[in-house]
Design a protein around this ligand. Structure first.
Ligand code: NAD
Length: 316
């Protein structure tokens, strides 16, 4: 990507997540060209019409439905296509279904674009980021999964609610799998540089083990709760994806818990998983070695090995 400004984004999959992501990007004024690609053309067409009818209220964006040919010239191709999580289904259950779908999608994208950043959102996102890395042959910096950016946001929001602080001033990360084995890094959580425990003591508040457990359970199981209530999750994930696009487009050097190929950090190898990562126009620049506790390291190792076991069954 050697252009001065990134302007074109393709979104593959115009379902709940893809169309909400496109809408969120439309509002953000970040991109000037946005193409939606879906096997269900009618659905994509309806979404595009609906968005375009709001154009006088936003900064101009050229939004249209397309096919894989329209990936040509895209700076970022966001993949949200695939089967979604059904009630009672884990993200890992989705793996085989969506790996097959991805074989077709990645093949098609590569015919028209080998220079873009591939941003994977479809679940199980870590495995499918790895699948995308393997199938595309792209350098590792240009294959990114939305990872635990959403979970980290949920974590910061719920801590903020509990302690009465703007979530933007809560610094805390969820690392590992975007899913059942994800890890809350409580040992590093802080507000304005004050460790969480000390902050809570200062304001005469207790954030003991039961409260921490309640917060983390609500982070980890958020998708299950929302899917039970309304069938799908899409607003917060769309904002998380927009945040990643923003970090790339604006060359921000932002630290985000995206998923990417890990080669050696924390003894993890050859799998995509989320760790705090510096993101800019090149995509992944640097995966940070954060000083997590021994207990968190053990959980992270377990999370990585769970993903590796699943990835190994795919014969990539
Ligand atoms: P959805 O069923 O509403 O949309 C999926 C879309 O993909 C459909 O419009 C379908 O027609 C399209 N599609 C299927 N196969 C295709 C193909 N081969 N080519 C092009 N389009 C194809 O599902 P959704 O609710 O939008 O969820 C999409 C994915 O995002 C799911 O895997 C879901 O689990 C995942 N998700 C991820 C996160 C995250 O944080 N990473 C959060 C929420 C949802």
């Amino acid at each position: 990507m050697n252009k001065e400004r990134i302007v074109k984004v393709a979104v593959v999959g115009a379902g709940f997540v893809g169309s909400t992501t496109a809408y969120t990007l439309m509002l953000g004024g970040l991109v000037s060209e946005l193409v939606l690609i879906d096997i269900n053309k009618e659905k994509a067409e309806g979404e595009v019409m609906d968005m375009n009818h709001g154009m006088p209220f936003v900064r101009p964006v050229d939004i249209y439905i397309g096919d894989y040919r329209d990936c040509a010239g895209a700076d970022i191709v966001i993949i949200t296509a695939g089967a979604n999580q059904k009630q009672g289904e884990t993200r890992i259950d989705l793996v085989k279904k969506n790996t097959e779908i991805f074989k077709g999608i990645i093949n098609q994208i590569l015919k028209y674009n080998t220079d873009c950043i591939l941003l994977v959102v479809t679940n199980p996102v870590d495995i499918l980021t790895y699948v995308t890395y393997k199938l595309s042959g792209f350098p590792k910096n240009r294959v990114i999964g939305s990872g635990t950016v959403l979970d980290t946001s949920r974590f910061r929001y719920l801590i903020g609610q509990k302690v009465g602080v703007d979530p933007r001033n809560v610094h805390a990360y969820i690392i590992g799998e975007h899913g059942d084995t994800e890890v809350p890094t409580w040992s590093l959580a802080n507000i304005a540089g004050i460790p969480m425990e000390k902050y809570c003591k200062n304001v005469d508040m207790c954030l003991g083990e039961p409260t921490r457990k309640e917060i983390f359970d609500n982070v980890k199981n958020a998708a299950y709760h929302i899917i039970n209530k309304k069938g799908a999750t899409y607003y917060a994930v769309a904002l998380a994806v927009r945040r990643i696009v923003e970090a790339i487009v604006r060359n921000e050097n932002s630290i985000l818990t995206v998923s990417s190929l890990i080669e050696g950090q924390y003894g993890i190898n050859d799998i995509c998983i989320s760790l705090p990562t510096l993101v800019n126009r090149q995509g992944i620049v640097n995966i940070l070695d954060i000083p997590i506790s021994d207990q968190e390291l053990a959980l992270l190792t377990k999370s990585a090995s769970t993903l590796k076991e699943v990835a190994d069954t795919l014969g990539l």
